[in-house]
Design a binder for this molecule. Structure first.
Ligand code: MN
Ligand code: MN
Length: 468
């Protein structure tokens, strides 16, 4: 008996979120996740997600950064970078050199991008060539209804926004796969080689233009349809950005509706919860910043990824509008005292594949916000390793606020691994920790998250913005 009591007092035991929630919190969680599902359906690409975030920001009293001449405590502003990045800020009442609190998430997800010259005809069907974006198991993207999203510019400079396959009466697209009857050779291949990158072609048409006797009449028919609908010609594909994503909507999963199943939850689950919290934070002491970046899935490169100077520039601009000046020394002081929650999903232990996880250092669905002191792979290579001091500071804040959290790393040592935006934020000389919602079937067309964890992610960011 004494042993049992002593064990309870001394041993670490992760908690199940649902055991710790009141009926009222459960209702709040369910309501939040209905809003979350709509958020996912409204933004399946980084551009759409920025637009959705901008709309939400306007509704919550945020104004474009360029529309104000100066900033004071309580002001709410946002900045958009090249239509693919957004940064929102709520100005705190403290001295800016005490640092700012940043929550950073990414809004790009694995998908199939159309090549720049994509359209061709084969066996009297029209198809689109793709180049996959991000890490994916290619076989998961065949025999699945797909939608086409993106932008095309016409010769005279008009932007055409494309979104086909989302409405109930829209057509959808797909990548066809081989029938099992003829798949002997395919089935003997390794999973990673069975579907080749160049086989991920999208079926877009099968009917020749009426009355034509040219060979490419199916392709011509598609070009004609596109020309009538959007005024575009084939050359306009070259500058277009068209992304092929799963066509279905976000759903509740389970008889108890306890999970959300949807495309693109990595990392829009963290984007949504960080947006929710910056909208709800009133009058923080330190300035609160929510940063949604692009290109994480391909290494955070490019001018809309975390490696872009956009974040430095944005912080410098904020300081300047707040204090009337921003020199190098001041900028570096602000940065030095800032902290960031690098918010990205973690792998939830999958009951079908328990063997790849090390059970006491993995995240579990329904066990709350997953904190990752470090990421990386094979000997912590490429990791941003949060300091003991910072991890302690964060866990203390979360404990004081009754936020349910768990510790994890990504799978067993040497089984794989991965990186996030954390290391690039850390390079700026900011304290940063990886944290996020555990996901099942990560990077698949239908990722699954537990609603209790989504709710705890929101509570985590609220506590961080308020108390750090
Ligand atoms: Mn991610
Ligand atoms: Mn990812």
């Amino acid at each position: 008996m004494i042993d049992k009591k002593m064990y309870e007092q001394l041993a670490y035991k992760p908690k199940n979120v649902y055991d710790c929630m009141t009926p009222e919190q459960r209702r709040e969680m369910m309501d939040m996740c209905e809003e979350y599902r709509k958020f996912l359906d409204a933004g399946k690409t980084e551009r759409e997600c920025v637009k959705t975030a901008e709309k939400m920001a306007n509704e919550h009293g945020f104004v474009p950064f360029d529309s104000v001449d100066s900033l004071k405590p309580g002001d709410k502003v946002y900045m958009i970078n090249r239509k693919k990045n957004i940064l929102l800020a709520v100005i705190g009442d403290g001295d800016i050199t005490e640092g700012i609190n940043i929550v950073g998430a990414h809004i790009d997800s694995p998908r199939l991008d159309l090549k720049q010259n994509p359209l061709y005809q084969s066996t009297e069907m029209a198809l689109l060539k793709t180049h996959y974006y991000g890490g994916m198991k290619k076989y998961q993207w065949t025999a699945l209804p797909l939608a086409l999203h993106g932008v095309i510019y016409t010769k005279d400079g008009n932007q055409v926004e494309v979104c086909i396959g989302e409405k109930d009466d829209d057509p959808v697209f797909c990548v066809t796969d081989l029938l099992p009857h003829l798949a002997k050779t395919q089935m003997e291949k390794k999973l990673s080689e069975a579907i080749e990158g160049e086989a991920l072609n999208i079926l877009i048409g099968g009917m020749g233009i009426n009355g034509s006797d040219i060979d490419d009449k199916v392709k011509l028919n598609i070009l004609n349809i596109l020309n009538i609908a959007y005024g575009i010609k084939e050359e306009d594909f070259i500058s277009a950005e068209l992304e092929v994503v799963p066509a279905f909507k976000a759903r509740n999963v389970g008889l108890d509706n306890s999970f959300v199943g949807a495309y693109g939850q990595d990392d829009r689950v963290c984007a949504f919860t960080s947006l929710k919290s910056i909208f709800d934070i009133e009058a923080p002491h330190k300035t609160a910043l929510c940063l949604l970046v692009d290109k994480e899935e391909i290494g955070s490169t490019g001018n809309t990824g975390m490696l872009s100077r956009f974040i430095d520039m944005a912080i410098a601009e904020l300081i300047e509008k707040l204090t009337g000046k921003c020199d190098m020394l001041m900028f570096n002081r602000v940065i030095r005292n800032s902290a960031c929650m690098s918010s990205d999903v973690s792998a939830a232990v999958d009951p079908n594949y328990i063997e790849v996880f090390e059970k006491q250092n993995s995240s579990y669905a329904g066990h709350g916000m997953a904190l990752m002191k470090y990421t990386g792979s094979r000997g912590k290579s490429g990791a941003s390793d949060a300091s003991s001091e910072f991890v302690h500071e964060i866990t203390t804040i979360l404990n004081n606020d009754n936020v349910i959290w768990q510790t994890c790393e990504l799978g067993k040592v040497d089984q794989g691994g991965g990186g996030t935006i954390a290391m690039y934020i850390a390079n700026l000389n900011i304290d940063v920790i990886d944290c996020g919602v555990p996901v099942l079937s990560m990077h698949s067309p239908f990722e699954v998250t537990a609603k209790g964890d989504i709710y705890m992610a929101y509570k985590t960011y609220m506590a961080f913005y308020r108390d750090r």
